[in-house]
Unconditional design. Sequence first.
Length: 78
Amino acid sequence: MSEPIEQLRAVADGAPAEPPALAPYLEKVRSRAYTVTDADVAELKAAGHSEEEIFEHTVAVSVVEGLRRLDAGLGAIR
């Protein structure tokens, strides 16, 4: 695997734990990101989560899921 991918893996491994209150939203990001709307984010903000917190967890989950899919694809062609 290329060095940038391994660096990305290292950063993703150090991501903060998911807050339980964000679990449904983060599962939506993981499995159906195309369905995430502004209303989802507004709901989280109304519940007291900051934009920064939402953004950081969204990016972390997206990267981890992207790497999981990359690994699955590479495994399928090997």
